[in-house]
Design a protein around this ligand. Structure first.
Ligand SMILES: Nc1ncnc2c1ncn2[C@@H]1O[C@H](COP(=O)(O)OP(=O)(O)OP(=O)(O)O)[C@@H](O)[C@H]1O
Length: 450
């Protein structure tokens, strides 16, 4: 497959390069490298540097991590992760989160701009490593996201071994009567509530920081909302509350302001919500077979490091994964009915690059951070239960590419008048033009990847 040979070319190219400073004398090699960079197959740190100097970019920063007054162990962790400068949300939110007395915060920033790193740094900065009991709780909507955030805590806290973390997720069974010694607990709302209430593994009165990741979905989903509010009620009045998401629908935003006392607010204007680094297109088709055909043409024309393809139903996702496998793609399938452990394993394999295509339903639309995803395909456009455009899900889905300044492509498959109408409403909502793409014209497809 073309993808494999490219992947091999990347390996060879990367092995040949001892550092990021690119010294290519041979013209052919230079052109290969340019193509690899264009297709996001090699790291191009310059791209991030350029964006961090552009005041209009969400990666823009005027401060260094040193100026954010992080503990030396955490600075080491940040630099160890290859971060050079903070992004806008990190630079703005961290001083608010680390202020004394603690301040509450409701913060919105585009997908992939470093929100997770921001609140992880806040938690790690706040804990007292000499106290061996939970002090920070972080609640995520899914098992996979809780694990992913936990990994960031581990990496960021690598040089701070006195601080430890535990996962409050299904399947992590603790002995009755035990008291947790870890300072940070990360988990999903149901288990977190049980651990604070029914089982008393955590003394909620000692919690200083409460983080709601993907806060809008935590508030908008009935079950999650009840559980999160019940946890919040057990916490001390002065416990710091931090709510983060890339999207906040208006009703959710006002609800958030009601449950968080006296918050600092970081809010995006509607037109700032989409990232310019993600190019958006649509393709006209008449049936799912035609959509599949278009997809094959796209694969034939451009080099795709890794792709995520979103379908409306498990059935379509299963069908599409089968068709792609028949075309010799290395495909992973992820949908809601799988066991959570199975889902986490699928994501791990995809993250390691064992599969190049992930076909999924909305279960994977949020938060999952896989750097090499260069293309997101909406095989079906996201709609809510009434058939209206789900703008928030659209933004989260396309945000699986274009992570932290990388370039990304989002391609929407339109297969009826109704889905054209949905697409138009999404364009209007974000005031962002989604260009038409003719997937029978291979040259045209090739151009969009440039
Ligand atoms: N200051 C930084 N410099 C370089 N890379 C960074 C920096 N901050 C975060 N990153 C990297 O950028 C990627 C996206 O970050 P992160 O997952 O925190 O974004 P996010 O805003 O939480 O995304 P989402 O909205 O999808 O949840 C991660 O791979 C992370 O390691």
């Amino acid at each position: 497959m073309a993808t494999d040979s490219w992947a091999q070319a990347v390996d060879e190219q990367e092995a040949a390069e001892e550092s990021h400073s690119v010294r290519v004398h041979d013209k052919a090699a230079q052109s290969l490298l340019n193509k690899l960079i264009r297709n996001n197959l090699v790291n191009n740190p310059n791209q991030v540097e350029v964006l961090q100097k552009d005041p209009n970019s969400p990666l823009y920063s005027v401060k260094s991590f040193e100026e954010l007054r992080l503990k030396p162990q955490l600075l080491q962790g940040v630099y160890g992760m290859g971060f050079n400068r903070p992004s806008k949300i990190q630079e703005t939110a961290l001083p608010m989160m680390l202020a004394e007395p603690p301040q509450n915060l409701i913060a919105q920033s585009q997908s992939g701009t470093g929100k997770t790193a921001a609140f992880v740094l806040a938690m790690l900065s706040h804990v007292d490593p000499n106290k061996t009991y939970p002090q920070c709780l972080c609640v995520s909507p899914t098992y996979e996201l809780a694990l992913q955030t936990g990994k960031v805590i581990e990496q960021m806290g690598k040089h701070y071994p006195e601080v430890s973390l535990v996962y409050a997720i299904r399947g992590n069974k603790l002995q009755r009567g035990m008291k947790l010694q870890e300072q940070i607990v990360i988990g999903t709302p149901g288990t977190m509530l049980d651990w604070c209430g029914k089982f008393k593994f955590i003394d909620p009165k000692k919690i200083m920081v409460f983080v709601l990741d993907e806060a809008d979905v935590m508030i908008a989903t009935q079950g999650h909302q009840d559980q999160s509010i019940r946890i919040q009620r057990m916490l001390p009045k002065n416990c710091q509350m931090l709510l983060f998401s890339a999207t906040f629908e208006e009703t959710v935003w006002s609800f958030a302001q009601r449950i968080v006392p006296d918050p600092n607010i970081i809010k995006l204007k509607r037109e700032e919500e989409t990232l310019d680094t993600i190019k958006q297109y649509y393709v006209l088709c008449n049936s799912r077979e035609e959509k599949f055909h278009s997809l094959c043409n796209i694969y034939g024309a451009i080099t795709i490091a890794q792709a995520m393809i979103f379908c409306h139903t498990r059935k379509t996702a299963g069908w599409l994964a089968g068709e792609l496998s028949r075309e010799d793609h290395q495909v992973a399938l992820l949908s809601g009915e799988m066991q959570v452990e199975q889902r986490a394993a699928v994501i791990d394999r995809f993250r390691e690059g064992k599969e190049k295509v992930l076909v999924t339903t909305n279960v994977c639309a949020r938060g999952i951070d896989v750097e090499q995803v260069s293309v997101v395909i909406n095989f079906d456009l996201p709609v809510d239960k009434d058939g209206n455009p789900d703008n928030e899900t659209y933004l989260h889905r396309i945000g699986r590419t274009g992570r932290f300044g990388k370039r990304g492509l989002a391609i929407n498959m339109v297969d009826s008048k109704m889905s054209m109408n949905i697409l138009n409403r999404i364009q209007e909502h974000f005031s962002k033009k989604i260009e038409k793409l003719d997937t029978d014209d291979l040259d045209e497809i090739e151009k969009i990847s440039g």
